[in-house]
Write a protein that binds this ligand. Structure first.
Ligand SMILES: NC(=O)c1ccc[n+]([C@@H]2O[C@H](COP(=O)([O-])OP(=O)(O)OC[C@H]3O[C@@H](n4cnc5c(N)ncnc54)[C@H](OP(=O)(O)O)[C@@H]3O)[C@@H](O)[C@H]2O)c1
Length: 328
């Protein structure tokens, strides 16, 4: 593929973070914007130089010029919108979490295969250069025994929840909650590095809507146990620590940042960082664009397998913890 011609769905903050990266990345350009309201769509289009604004989803997806749709709507809409995009012959980049349920991920992956289209979920963790350092240095810490990951980010939408509103991110109708939104990154990193755990339990702090505002997930692997903490109602030092019998890795910035990696063994200490730029979405856009332009189907399939495993772990933990979305 020579050029990714992008149309966006949604006008939240994340769209701007991604489009900031698109603006400076070769091989990808913004062509059209879909929003439910003309005004918001126009504002986004003007800020990022898109010619076309749609308020009709069908007309947007039927635009022949577009070959990629970026879905950045609330979680519950991803499945239907990705499916519709495929049915209109478009490749898709979808925000995380791709879907609330594993069977939905598998259905979308099968549809992409059937139609010869590309599907990738926009999880920055997967595209950060420091992930390679972590994989390399993991071999130096010996048998892993303990993993601790903490990603806590106090949300202005939590204030709104306390004021009596129900922001989408805290609504079961929109497949919200902290596990879906934040702890996702910890689970994603664990599954990327270690595969699917043998078992997993989630201990949530629930709010009045029935979803979680924070919580701790415990993942059990054959050789070790991993603790994943996520919060939208507190903040703290975000980090990941992977402790083995011969040493440990200390990763700054949490599972969605991976801003610096430190290795400590009996022989000494070393520190590395391949991410000079603090903008994690820039790395995501650049590396994802490269993978998609190369139409590297094998890598894309492998990534989707990781995504499906992450969603399965989250779905099971969530349901066991009594956090249910409509129809469940
Ligand atoms: N990768 C990351 O670092 C990162 C960061 C933040 C969010 N995300 C993901 O990005 C997605 C969007 O998050 P967000 O916080 O921007 O969500 P949001 O504000 O709840 O909604 C996103 C957009 O969807 C549209 N929308 C809102 N409510 C809708 C409804 N009831 N029906 C149809 N469309 C609706 C709105 O666009 P219009 O008004 O223009 O139609 C809105 O701007 C989520 O899946 C989230 O997990 C990822």
């Amino acid at each position: 593929m020579k050029q990714m011609k992008l149309g966006t769905i949604g006008s939240g903050v994340i769209v701007r973070s991604i489009l900031d990266g698109v603006k400076v990345t070769e091989g990808i350009s913004l062509e059209a914007v879909y929003s439910r309201t003309e005004e918001k769509g126009r504002e986004l289009a003007e800020a990022y130089g898109a010619e076309k604004v749609y308020t009709d989803l069908e007309a947007f997806l039927s635009d022949d010029e577009l070959n990629f749709i970026y879905v950045a709507s609330p979680n519950n809409l991803h499945y239907e919108q990705v499916k519709e995009a495929f049915l209109h012959g478009k490749n898709v980049i979808c925000e995380k979490p791709l879907c609330p349920r594993r069977e939905q991920v598998e259905e979308l992956a099968a549809l992409a295969e059937e139609k010869g289209l590309l599907l990738v979920d926009a999880t920055p963790t997967a595209f950060l250069p420091n992930l390679d350092i972590i994989k390399e240095w993991l071999l130096k810490v010996g048998r892993v025994r303990l993993v601790t990951a903490s990603y806590c980010q106090y949300s202005s939408r939590y204030d709104k929840l306390l004021e009596g509103e129900v922001p989408n991110v805290f609504s079961p109708e929109f497949a919200g909650g902290c596990l879906q939104d934040i702890n996702y990154y910890n689970i994603y990193l664990n599954v990327t590095l270690f595969g699917k755990p043998e078992s997993a339990v989630y201990y949530p702090n629930l709010c009045r809507t029935g979803v979680d505002t924070s919580g701790i997930a415990v993942l059990r692997y054959p050789d070790f146990v991993s603790e994943c903490t996520g919060a939208k109602d507190t903040w703290g030092d975000n980090m990941v620590q992977i402790q083995g019998e011969k040493g440990y890795l200390c990763i700054d910035g949490g599972a969605n940042g991976l801003t610096n990696v430190r290795l400590v063994t009996k022989e000494g200490e070393a520190s590395r960082n391949l991410q000079e730029n603090p903008d994690r979405w820039l790395y995501e856009v650049q590396n994802m664009t490269k993978m998609l332009l190369e139409e590297d189907h094998e890598t894309i399939r492998e990534r989707l397998k990781i995504t499906a495993a992450v969603i399965e772990v989250m779905e099971n933990m969530r349901k066991d913890a009594g956090i249910l979305f409509p129809g469940e």
